[in-house]
Design a protein around this ligand. Structure first.
Ligand code: BTN
Length: 306
């Protein structure tokens, strides 16, 4: 454990203020080192109150911990944390190390589908991208976005009992607002037609209290001030569910948590606007919609709920 992690643990376990002198003695370090560790924690988005003659108290936030995640997430071989990344998706694509999870406390240029941005708050969200190397033909590739969405809702359910929904195709919703988004990108070898790398990015609002005005009506956070679980625990559970569900019926979980099945939706196909009832999903995760102009199947794009 680093000094920063040790200081965090002391503050995390304490119920009240802990004196800087006491922390220094316990860890056998100088008071300056304690102060430096506190500053480093604050830089990671951890909120610490410091009061003269009383010491430090943890107010909010947790610390990403690579070794804890590797230990808990069975199939994740390596975790690389960049404190302030432009985008973990870009970090992952640059490195492409198999079964490696690229994590960040904050992102400056997080991207979602259709080049949209994804709001990030230092230390309060989960921003991560996993690289896997399936080496199968593109047509045989599992529906990774569907699988990941199922893994996210299942992980939340397992750890917190909270029921979340999936808005086709890649958004996780809670109480009618967006909680998380998934971005799956694949790279294929042109010669052999096999998928060499899949990069699965997840942006998750974990403990964000205030969102900017322009998005605050559309997005939500799993927790606000005092989460009963840590980001490390949720990250590990998401990837454990992902690998566990890989050869299971993840489409069923996806359907069971669908926000759109049975509802009126609007969408665009080949430049035409349609409205209809979302009735089912194909085995490939495409959405089947009954419209006045017949049944339509859409594999990508955006739908709006009426
Ligand atoms: C979406 O809402 O359309 C998907 C959002 C995906 C955001 C995540 S955050 C981690 C990874 N890095 C990125 O730049 N994007 C993904």
């Amino acid at each position: 454990m680093t000094t920063k992690e040790k200081v965090f643990k002391i503050l995390f376990d304490a119920v009240d203020y802990v004196n800087g002198e006491e922390i220094a003695t316990v860890l056998d370090i100088s008071r300056t080192s304690v102060w430096k560790a506190v500053k480093a924690l604050e830089k990671d988005g951890v909120l610490i109150d410091s009061v003269k003659n009383r010491g430090y108290k943890l107010i909010a936030g947790d610390l990403l911990n690579a070794s804890e995640i590797v230990e808990k997430a069975i199939d994740v071989k390596n975790v690389k944390i960049t404190p302030e990344s432009a985008s973990t998706q870009a970090d992952a694509k640059k490195d492409l190390e198999e079964n490696t999870l690229y994590l960040a406390n904050a992102q400056e240029q997080a991207r979602g589908r259709f080049g949209r941005s994804f709001y990030s708050e230092n230390g309060r969200g989960i921003y991560m991208s996993l690289v896997i190397k399936p080496h199968v033909k593109f047509s045989d590739m599992p529906q990774y976005t569907v699988l990941t969405a199922a893994a996210v809702v299942q992980a939340i359910q397992n750890l917190t009992g909270i029921d979340t929904q999936i808005k086709w195709v890649n958004d996780i919703y809670m109480n009618g607002k967006k909680l998380a988004g998934i971005l799956t990108e694949a790279q294929t070898d042109v010669e052999s037609g096999t998928v060499t790398d899949v990069i699965i990015g997840i942006g998750f609002n974990f403990a964000i209290q205030n969102f900017p005005d322009d998005i605050k009506d559309k997005v939500t956070s799993l927790f606000t001030q005092h989460p009963p679980i840590t980001r490390n625990e949720l990250i590990a559970e998401i990837w454990n569910q992902f690998f566990y569900l890989l050869d299971k019926d993840y489409l069923k979980i996806y359907k069971d948590h669908s926000l759109v099945l049975g509802r009126e939706v609007s969408f665009e196909q080949n430049g035409e606007e349609y409205t209809g009832k979302a009735v089912d999903l194909t085995d490939k995760g495409e959405l089947i919609i009954d419209t006045d102009q017949g049944q339509k199947i859409i594999s990508s794009g955006e739908i709006s709920l009426s």
